[in-house]
Design a binder for this molecule. Structure first.
Ligand code: SF4
Length: 418
């Protein structure tokens, strides 16, 4: 690799690291005879850096030149930083070389906007076309849609990319106007809606004609920057819910604002650690998508912010003690999933196992229930029913004392520990 390419790589990979919307999940693109790579779900995995950011893909910008001046972005035009731009050929060569050496499992390609949206989108399109058609690359590709790019270019790019995403950036239009006055939510919504319509149309056509190509098979995602503007968690999650519902998104990513800019439009970061907030938002997202919670149950006018010291499922349970204790031996699957300390897999196993007899504490523990947490909210064949004796504040302090390190630690494993 030449010294200049090495330099570009260092600049443009560094500039790309603030975009967290790069999970490779959901692709089912398989290798073909004579091709290279495999974007199939089981063949591609991703990993995370210490602060939870994904690193398994070659994650780069085509360029960090940008005509826009978004206050939260390191590539904004008023920022005095070193600039670089890859050529189409350079990105293709890097991807192929890194893939062959097993350094990467896919490509995440984004870009600053140089000249205009279409000019930039055309270059991104050239990269993916060259990879797929000339290099016969079948690995995973996540391509950013450039806000304002024409539908023709987006449509063509969707034939080659596994996933496409466009960042909402700020959860509200007013927040976006404050920090990125050249952007609007409309510019994000239009392409998301367009890609969603195309995905549906391609799927319908494929049912009739087998040879119809795949279109964005791993779906779409978006990202919001959290903490740079004063939106509440309620506003953030209601926006996320709306986007999941309206555009069939696979993921919404929440990126805690990293203070990389001294732009005076930005707030001075307060005492709240952004990564813990980010973590709680992901947990809420998880509860909405997989645990059957409606966003209003978790965040509403009375509770516009998530608790930082406990996860949102426990927080909901403590505010709704009237639904507990849940009798494990008769309650619905939906209600069992709502018990703190019981995850989806444990809930499924409980429903299966109780067909053969009433479940006891030791059996619940074997099933994988976090009994020390769950015991305050359930009854089973031999459990002492304690709930009525305690207020929610007391239960909370028991649980925090019992699992101090788990609840106070800011680690990504909490994302699935309900
Ligand atoms: S348009 Fe994108 S790259 Fe350009 S300043 Fe805004 S966020 Fe950064």
């Amino acid at each position: 690799m030449s010294e200049r390419i090495r330099e570009k790589l260092s600049i443009l990979a560094d500039a790309a690291k603030y975009d967290v919307s790069c999970s490779s999940s959901g692709s089912n693109r398989k290798n073909e005879k004579g091709g290279l790579g495999n974007g199939h779900t089981s063949g591609i995995c991703h990993t995370y850096t210490e602060d939870g950011r994904c690193v398994s893909l070659l994650k780069i910008l085509l360029t960090n030149h940008c005509i826009f001046d978004c206050a939260y972005c390191v590539s904004r035009k008023s920022n005095d930083i070193e600039r670089a731009a890859f050529t189409v050929e350079e990105v293709v060569e890097l991807t192929m070389n890194f893939y062959r050496r097993n350094y990467i499992e896919g490509l995440f390609l984004s870009s600053g906007i140089f000249k205009n949206a279409d000019f930039t989108m055309e270059r991104l399109l050239k990269v993916v076309k060259k990879l797929r058609l000339e290099e016969r690359y079948n690995g995973y590709i996540h391509l950013k849609t450039i806000p304002g790019a024409s539908e023709e270019l987006i449509r063509e790019a969707g034939m080659y990319a596994d996933r496409m995403s466009i960042n909402l950036e700020m959860p509200t239009e007013s927040g976006l106007k404050l920090l990125a006055p050249e952007k609007s939510h409309k510019e994000v919504i239009q392409p998301l809606a367009y890609v969603q319509r195309q995905i549906i149309q391609f799927k319908e056509e494929k049912k009739l004609i087998k040879s119809v190509p795949k279109f964005v098979p791993a779906g779409q995602s978006t990202q919001m920057v959290i903490g740079a503007t004063p939106e509440t968690d309620k506003e953030i999650m209601h926006t996320a819910n709306e986007f999941y519902r309206n555009f069939g998104l696979r993921r919404v990513y929440y990126s805690g604002y990293v203070p990389i800019s001294n732009d005076n439009r930005l707030p001075i970061i307060g005492s709240q650690p952004p990564l813990i907030r980010e973590n709680r938002l992901y947990q809420t997202d998880w509860l909405m998508r997989f645990y059957g919670f409606h966003v209003n149950e978790l965040l509403n006018d009375a509770n516009p912010h998530l608790d930082i010291d406990i996860d949102p499922k426990l927080s909901w349970a403590l505010r709704n003690l009237q639904f507990f204790p849940v009798d494990i031996n008769v309650a619905s699957y939906k209600m069992i999933m709502r018990v703190p300390g019981i995850g989806i897999n444990s809930a499924k196993k409980i429903v299966q196992a109780r067909q053969y007899g009433k479940l006891r504490i030791d059996q619940l523990q074997k099933i994988g229930v976090a009994y020390n947490r769950a015991k305050h909210f359930i009854k089973c064949a031999d459990s002492p029913y304690q709930l009525k004796e305690y207020q929610s504040t007391q239960i909370k302090s028991f649980i925090l004392a019992e699992s101090q390190s788990k609840y106070l630690k800011n680690d990504t494993s909490q994302l699935i520990l309900f």
